[in-house]
Design a protein around this ligand. Structure first.
Ligand code: ASP
Ligand code: MG
Length: 408
């Protein structure tokens, strides 16, 4: 059972978490609980490291020593509350399990989990309450797994103990066809495939950390997303993430996902000769800038080309700095950054064997005079880049055009 930041935001809410845990025990389950920090706490801790570093945002072992503390607080508090109610419980920091990671501080990868600690807890009849989001390197330094990482630690623990299920409790009762704050008739999906969930998470849906979905898919962990804001037993609504084959009705489009934190950088007048793109993207990779959509304009041999790509808003400064450094080697004449763009994606496994989905998407946007700047596709996704001010209009129009509000 994993509980997110809003679910553990106060001691009162952690009392409700305890009730969910007790209910699961009554149902006969042995439970490992994985917790986030109280809502807002990780942001506060990150802010403290930046103050101490005078704006230095590098992710070091000491950064991790600070930001990992939020989860230790909630894990300890839940264990206290459970024991107070006569339920044997023990809290664990990541290193006490241990959950071993590599040494990429701030976004470490899991290498191994020793599940013996949990077996010992189960033998003693205890609930094991583990701080999420954190691990330890082989040489004993604390690490964290990147923002939203407690989804990933939860799925990893589920895989390690061969759990019947990994229940992710959050502040919504499942995965929706789109953001209900934008479209009031957005609908909760009863089932969604791993593939769709993976695309949704990576296109900006914030329900689950992308890595956690990939991990669940690879290890066959059965994941449910449900709300902790109701009392146990009160309402059983949730979204179950399943294999594509287990979805009876293949919808053409299952969800519309907006992402506002996007930016676009255009390089103008890039010499149109072999090897230039390689230099540009090697430089960006060096600067650890993650690139999403890439568009290169047609140019005749010998003429200069324009190349634009999208990235996260937070990476723009770093990208501009590395590109400036390589300006002579790349040979572009001008560079333009635009933060005023959003990405809107439609996702659905049924897209695979349906034609006309892109045409319908583009027509829907065109009819509203929304100009598409970039397009990218996968087998089950189409994303467009549009001016930010049209985000909500585009999401509403697409949700409507693909009839996602209708119960089928
Ligand atoms: N507390 C961490 C964060 O805010 C990890 C998590 O909640 O998943 O990113
Ligand atoms: Mg989260």
């Amino acid at each position: 059972m994993k509980f997110g930041g809003t679910s553990v935001a106060t001691v009162e809410r952690i009392e409700r978490v305890a009730r969910h845990v007790i209910a699961a025990r009554k149902d006969g389950y042995k439970v490992v609980v994985n917790l986030s920090a109280m809502a807002g706490e990780t942001d506060r801790l990150v802010g403290l490291t930046e103050m101490a570093g005078r704006g230095d945002v590098s992710r070091t072992a000491d950064y991790d020593a600070v930001v990992s503390t939020g989860e230790q607080v909630t894990a300890g508090l839940l264990a206290i509350i459970l024991r107070r109610q006569g339920i044997p419980a023990r809290s664990f920091a990541g290193w006490q399990v241990p959950l071993v990671t590599d040494d990429t501080h701030g976004s470490a990868e899991i290498i191994d989990i020793d599940a013996t600690a949990f077996e010992t807890s189960f033998e003693r009849g205890e609930v094991a309450v583990v701080a999420g989001f954190q691990g330890v390197t082989a040489d004993g330094r604390v690490t964290t797994l990147g923002r939203g990482g407690s989804d990933t630690t939860a799925v990893a623990f589920a895989a390690a103990i061969n759990a019947a299920r990994c229940d992710i409790y959050t502040d919504v009762d499942g995965v929706y066809t789109t953001d209900p704050r934008i479209v009031p008739d957005a609908r909760r999906l009863d089932r969604i495939s791993f593939e769709e969930m993976l695309e949704m998470a990576s296109q900006g849906a914030k329900v689950l950390q992308t890595r956690s979905v990939g991990l669940a898919m690879n290890h066959g962990v059965q994941v449910r997303v449900l709300s902790s804001l109701c009392e146990p037993g009160e309402k059983a609504a949730c979204t179950i993430i399943v294999d594509e084959d287990d979805i009876m009705e293949r919808r053409v489009v299952s969800a519309v996902v907006p992402s506002r934190a996007e930016a676009k950088i255009s390089l103008l007048g890039v010499p149109n000769i072999p090897g230039r793109s390689a230099i540009i993207f090697a430089a960006l990779a060096d600067g650890k800038v993650n690139i999403d959509m890439i568009v290169q304009s047609q140019a005749r041999t010998g003429e200069a080309a324009n190349l634009s790509f999208t990235l996260k808003e937070g990476d723009v400064a770093r990208a501009l700095a590395v590109l400036a450094e390589y300006k002579d080697e790349i040979g572009f004449s001008d560079i333009v950054a635009d933060q005023n763009v959003s990405k809107v994606s439609i996702i659905g496994v049924g897209m695979n064997d349906h034609s006309g989905v892109a045409a319908k998407m583009f027509k829907t946007l065109g009819d509203r005079s929304i100009n598409i700047q970039n397009i990218s596709t996968s087998e089950i996704k189409i994303s467009v880049l549009i001016p930010s001010e049209y985000t909500e209009l585009a999401v509403r129009a697409l949700h409507d055009a693909f009839s996602l509000g209708e119960v089928r």
